[in-house]
Structures are given as C-alpha cells and as structure tokens.
Design a protein around this ligand. Structure first.
Ligand code: GSH
Length: 223
C-alpha cells in the first residue's frame, strides 16, 4: 500500500461522494481506482480488501477502510472537521444522520423502477422541506456554521445535499434565505470553491453509464 489516499468506487457519486467532498474540503489530494466491470469488484473481494464485500473502500494511513460512516468519521477526525469536543461531535452526528437520510433517498433514485420515481421524488421534497430545511433555516439564523464556530463535516454535508436537492427542485431554497446565505459562504471557502470548479473530482449527477455499471457489477443485488 502506498502512502497515497486511494478511493475505490464506481465512476459516480453514490456512497463515495461525501468522502470526496470531505477530502476536498480538507485540501487533501487523493487518487481514484474506478470499478468499471465485475472483474474489478471480484478482484477486490478475492484480494480480501473488502471486509463486507462492499465498496466504498478507502486506503488511508496504511488501512483499508470500508463502511461509509467509519470512513467519514476517520477523515473528519483527522482533518479537524468534527467539532471541538464530544458534545459538539454528538450534535454533528445528529445533523449528519438526518441529512444523510435525505441524501440516501436522492442517491437511490436512479436505481428505482421508473414507476416509483415520481412518488419517491415527492417524498424527498416533502421530507427535505419539513425536516431538513425548516430545521437548518432556524439553526443558521444566528450562526455561521451548524455547530460551534468552525466548519464541520455537517456543514459540508448540508451543502452537498442542498445542491443535490436543487438539481431536482431548482427553487426549493426560495423560502430559506439563511440556507441560501450559508451555501454562498461555504461555497466561497477556497478548497470547496476549487472542488466546485469543472475538472475537479466531484462527480456529476448519475448518468446511464454509471447506473448500468453498478447494476451489472452488483447484479446479485438487483435480482
Ligand atoms: N453499510 C455500507 C453499505 C455499502 C454498500 O451497500 N455498498 C454497495 C455499493 S454502493 C456494495 O458494494 N454492495 C455489494 C453487496 O452488498 O454485495 C456502507 O455504508 O458503506
């Protein structure tokens, strides 16, 4: 294993995208090994690299990390994006879990049968408004960051997921001015600004090639 950080995943957002966001925010370089066919995934399994036969896999600091939460927790702790004490960490964890629920609903959309998509989109919109946006509009009324007075992984995830929401619902933030201001502030941070530029490691919204690849490589899950 080299000293580099290496991400093993598909050429798409999925469960790896928050990892890319967090590393980019920390200003850390990383490489990606893309899974494009079943043999790539089988090789990782046969090499014993995937503890639970699942990606994402991240090689970092001599470890082979799997399980998205464990990966994100490690990166957030290592790069000071996890609050200043245990109480801040607990608050960050609560926010992150709540935001992740909506993020996961969005990520799973392209894998749903076409008939279910409209219904799921409606659910995403109402859950996002009623649970996330209403809450964070209040939280951000009097503070720059979601927790304490420094940037944390919760801020990064809120930006990631609100941007994804806007891809499906372009005007969804129109009645949430504090969240719009928040987006502007966080987007302007130099490392994040860089990640938002064309040519960065940020992945585009899922396209047909990504969805087809995942469904072929992980065909055992879609039977
Ligand atoms: N709890 C795991 C779930 C990971 C997961 O479901 N990965 C999918 C790809 S996004 C996978 O590799 N599935 C293969 C399998 O479960 O057999 C995490 O959060 O990382």
């Amino acid at each position: 294993m080299s000293g580099k950080i290496v991400l093993y995943y598909f050429n798409g957002r999925g469960k790896m995208e928050s990892v890319r966001w967090l590393l980019a925010t920390a200003g850390v370089e990383f490489e990606e090994v893309l899974i494009t066919k079943k043999e790539d995934y089988d090789k990782l399994v046969n090499d014993g690299a995937l503890m639970f036969q699942q990606v994402p896999l991240v090689e970092i600091d001599g470890m082979q990390l799997v399980q998205t939460k464990a990966i994100l927790n490690y990166i957030a702790g290592k790069y000071n994006l996890y609050g200043k004490d245990l109480k801040e960490r607990a608050m960050i964890d609560m926010y992150v879990e709540g935001i992740t629920e909506v993020g996961d609903m969005i990520s799973s959309l392209p894998f749903l049968p076409p008939d279910n998509k409209k219904n799921q989109l409606d659910k995403i919109e109402s859950k996002a408004k009623e649970r996330l946006l209403t809450l964070f509009e209040k939280v951000l009324a009097n503070s720059q960051f979601l927790v304490g007075n420094q940037l944390s992984r919760a801020d990064v995830l809120l930006l990631e997921v609100t941007l994804m929401l806007q891809e499906s619902f372009p005007t969804i933030l129109s009645s949430y001015p504090k969240i719009q201001e928040f987006q502007g502030r966080i987007k302007a941070l130099p490392t994040i600004n860089k990640f938002l530029q064309p040519g960065s490691a940020r992945k585009p919204p899922p396209d047909e090639v990504y969805v087809k690849t995942v469904m072929e490589v992980l065909a055992h899950l879609f039977k």
